[in-house]
Design a protein around this ligand. Structure first.
Ligand SMILES: [Zn+2]
Length: 148
């Protein structure tokens, strides 16, 4: 039996390299019966990132990000990151997250599950890019997009 792998995001908005890694990760999870991967987030606009940043600050809720939309600090805004959870257990299965993180690393992602300061279990970002470098080299998403 194989797990049902699903996706709620528009993967065509991701950088081609990142999209390719997501598709390889989905294939790896499909080969297992214990990894019902669900991709929950991908590209985020500045407005979407700002709305997320306001949670736990100016809006009720828990702080979920350190990245301000206006600073283009999130890899999601550069179309090089996705978030995931388990289609079966949501966010309540640490073993699931660690197993997927390992598979994700094997296809070229950096996993938020490994971060020490601000652990971000559902987060994966393309290890071929660094936000600081993208900001320095391109400044805006539009200029980065022009290189795809
Ligand atoms: Zn994320």
């Amino acid at each position: 039996m194989s797990a049902s792998v699903s996706n709620k995001v528009n993967l065509s908005l991701l950088h081609p390299s990142t999209r390719n890694k997501v598709s390889r990760l989905m294939d790896l999870c499909r080969d297992r019966d214990d990894l019902p991967l669900l991709i929950t987030a991908g590209f985020r606009s500045r407005e979407e990132q700002d709305a997320l940043y306001s949670l736990g600050r100016t809006e009720p809720g828990k702080i979920v990000t350190k990245a301000k939309g206006s600073e283009y600090a999130s890899p999601h805004q550069w179309a090089i990151a996705v978030d995931f959870c388990s289609a079966k257990d949501g966010y309540n299965n640490e073993a699931f997250f660690m197993t997927v993180a390992e598979l994700a690393e094997s296809v070229g992602f950096e996993a938020g599950a490994r971060w020490v300061n601000f652990r971000d279990l559902p987060h994966l970002q393309d290890a071929d890019f660094k936000v600081a470098d993208l900001k320095k080299q391109y400044g805006t998403l539009e200029k980065f997009l022009a290189t795809w």
